[in-house]
Every structure is written in structure tokens, then in C-alpha cells.
Design a protein around this ligand. Structure first.
Ligand SMILES: NC(=O)c1ccc[n+]([C@@H]2O[C@H](COP(=O)([O-])OP(=O)(O)OC[C@H]3O[C@@H](n4cnc5c(N)ncnc54)[C@H](OP(=O)(O)O)[C@@H]3O)[C@@H](O)[C@H]2O)c1
Length: 328
């Protein structure tokens, strides 16, 4: 079947609210050497897309035009030298941009076969969160099955994935969230302890529970000292975002006395080879968890690609739990 020469992508026309998003026509992309053209079935909407829409998260050089960091779909065309995939194969991919589209080009190493037994639309919600959790909790944080893991934003796309992956690994999980419904969802996903941070002091609850060995933090600001205070000796505190600010005053005495590692990372700017290395590890470890039903994307809502404005209004509301998807 010959593919159309024109396709639609969603761009932010200028920095601003959801209504700066527009669905526009572009020539269908062509895969270069080592790249794969994907006809998208769906793409995931993530908090970093909101930050990019607001003008604070520029795409790395060479990224496809438009918003969107993850897709599911079928391989439409293979670039020169790509040998590990077949045209027509169902896949998911991490992309450095341009996921809100009908077609996107991805480096071969960032493409994974769609997990068996999972709806292909829902599978679009996997790459950004699974790669982020794997890189930060399992690699940098080096969570082991006999340890306690604390994740803030337990019902975010990242949080819902982190709770399930840490449980599948065998760890004890503590999660925080901001409403009783979100706390209940954390429990349903396997959290051993779920804390409503608006009603309880998470530092006191985690300390009472014996402390945390690995902490995945997207809040920053005043959470940093509180995380340090409730961390166990030898803990790793991994920052992936700063919803309450990236600046804070710290008493480093406890970092020294408890031998705590303060660290963090971003995914998008990592080199293609580094993402390929992560993908291979994820295929070996996380894909079997997904295919066994131990880890599932939690889907909040689906919108059509032409409804990207509504999808971002939902994202901005903060009322969502899990992933928002666009169907292409
Ligand atoms: N470094 C990286 O490589 C990387 C990659 C992907 C994502 N991220 C970051 O990870 C975070 C989660 O991404 P996502 O797409 O999963 O987001 P999301 O689904 O939109 O969820 C955001 C979460 O943040 C919580 N939240 C919002 N404001 C808060 C505040 N002031 N204090 C405490 N919690 C607050 C919300 O929970 P409540 O309603 O319970 O407060 C919600 O669960 C984002 O900040 C994103 O930028 C980083």
C-alpha cells in the first residue's frame, strides 16, 4: 500500500496555553540511514510536552518537528541499514519530538516491538514513562528487591509506571498523591503505603515505616530536605522534575551522615546510542513484566489527534490519573 505524501502533525504555534496547539499539514517524513518510519496508531501526552508548549523545554537539535515523545504504530518504511524490524510490524518508539503526528521517524534503537497482549493504542503510553523509570529507578537508583522505594506523584504517568515496575521487581513501595481517589489508585497499583500529602506529612509516615532506600522525586523545592530526612542510610534520591521549584536551602549534614546520593537525569537529551542501550535492557526485563500483566499502562483518557487542545486542557487540569493519549 502506498503511503500518503502529506500527513498531519501538532505544533505549538507560539509559547502559551493549550490553544496555541494547531494540527498542520507537512510532507510525510522519509527515514534516513538507521531510521524507521512509523505510521502512528497513537501517541502519549506527557508533562514535558506541556513544558515545551509553554516554551521552556526546547527540542534537542535534529528532533522531528512538533510535540510528542512516544508513539505506537506499524513500521511503514525502513531506512538504509535497518535490519532488526519488518515493514508492517507493530511497534512502540521513544522519539525526541514529533510524536503527535500521523507518521514519525525514529532511530532503530529507540523502537521496540509492541508488547504481546496489549492494545496498540494503550501501548503508546509506555515508552516515555518506562524508559524514564528504568533509567532513574533501576539504573541510577539501583533499586534492589529487598529495598523500599518512595515515589511522589504516584498517579502521574511516571508514578503509575514506577509503582508497578518496583512491585514487579519485588520492592516495597510507598507513594504520595493529592486526593483520596488518587491515593486509592496508588494502592490498587500495588503501593504498600499510599499517602495523601495534603492530609499527612509524608516525611513522618515514611520515617515511621522505616525510611526509603530509593526516592523518585518530581516535586523538588521543600520536598528535597524532607526526602533527605526520611531516607535510609545509603539511599539514592533521584530528581526528574521540580514541580515546586529547582531551588531550595538544604542542611547537608544528613547527606553526609547517612551517605545519601543526590542525583537526577533527563531522558530526551540522551544520545541515540544511550537510548538504544536502555531499550535493550527494557526489552529484556520490563517487556516480560508487561506481557505477564504485572505492568500495564494506566490510561486516563483518549483524544483524537485533532483534539490535542482538549488533551492539553486535561493535562493542565491536573485531574488526570495515568496517561492521556492521542489517536492518530
Ligand atoms: N527527567 C526526565 O527524564 C523526565 C521524563 C519524563 C517526565 N519527567 C517529569 O516527571 C513528572 C511527571 O511526568 P508525567 O508526564 O508523568 O506527569 P503527569 O502525569 O502530568 O503528573 C504530574 C504529577 O505531579 C503531581 N503534582 C503536580 N503539581 C504538584 C505539586 N505542586 N506538588 C506535588 N505534586 C504535584 C500530580 O499529582 P497530585 O495531583 O497528586 O499532586 C501529578 O501526579 C513531570 O514533572 C515531568 O516533567 C521527567
Amino acid at each position: 500500500m502506498s503511503e500518503p505524501q502529506i500527513h498531519h502533525i501538532v505544533i505549538a504555534q507560539e509559547p502559551g496555553g493549550p490553544d496555541v496547539l494547531a494540527c498542520v499539514e507537512r510532507p510525510r517524513p522519509v527515514p534516513g540511514p538507521g531510521e524507521v518510519l512509523i505510521r502512528n496508531t497513537a501517541c502519549g501526552v506527557n508533562r514535558p510536552d506541556q513544558i515545551e508548549r509553554l516554551g521552556f523545554y526546547p527540542a534537542p537539535p535534529g528532533a522531528p518537528e512538533g510535540l510528542g515523545l512516544e508513539v505506537s504504530g506499524h513500521v511503514a518504511e525502513l531506512g538504509e541499514g535497518v535490519t532488526g524490524l519488518d515493514v508492517g510490524e507493530a511497534v512502540v518508539a521513544l522519539v525526541a519530538g514529533g510524536g503527535y503526528s500521523e507518521f514519525v521517524v525514529a532511530p532503530e534503537g529507540s523502537v521496540l516491538p509492541a508488547p504481546k497482549g496489549l492494545d496498540l493504542v494503550d501501548a503508546a503510553g509506555l515508552p516515555e514513562t518506562v524508559f524514564t523509570v528504568w533509567a532513574n529507578v533501576f539504573e541510577i537508583g539501583a533499586l534492589s528487591p529487598d529495598e523500599t522505594f518512595l515515589v511522589h506523584g504516584g498517579t502521574s504517568g511516571i508514578g503509575t509506571t514506577a509503582i508497578q515496575m518496583a512491585k514487579a521487581h519485588g520492592a516495597r513501595v510507598i507513594a504520595t498523591a493529592g486526593t483520596p481517589e488518587k491515593v486509592e489508585l496508588c494502592r490498587k497499583l500495588g503501593a504498600d503505603i499510599a499517602i495523601n500529602y495534603r492530609e499527612e506529612d509524608f516525611e513522618a509516615v515514611v520515617t515511621e515505616a522505616g525510611g526509603a532506600d530509593v526516592i523518585l522525586d518530581m516535586v523538588g523545592g521543600p520536598y528535597v530536605q524532607k526526602n533527605i530526612n526520611c531516607a535510609r542510610a545509603g539511599a539514592r534520591l533521584v530528581s526528574i522534575a521540580f514541580l515546586q521549584g529547582s531551588r531550595c536551602e538544604l542542611d547537608l549534614m544528613r547527606v553526609m551522615l547517612k551517605r545519601i546520593t543526590l542525583t537526577g537525569s533527563t531522558l530526551r537529551a540522551r544520545p541515540v546510542a544511550e537510548k538504544a542501550r536502555l531499550a535493550a535492557a527494557i526489552k529484556d526485563t520490563v517487556w516480560p513484566w508487561i506481557e505477564a500483566g504485572k505492568v500495564r499502562p494506566v490510561i486516563d483518557s483518549r483524544f483524537a489527534l485533532t483534539e490535542a487542545v482538549s488533551a492539553h486542557e486535561r493535562l493542565d487540569s491536573g485531574e488526570h490519573s495515568g496517561k492521556i493519549l492521542l489517536t492518530c
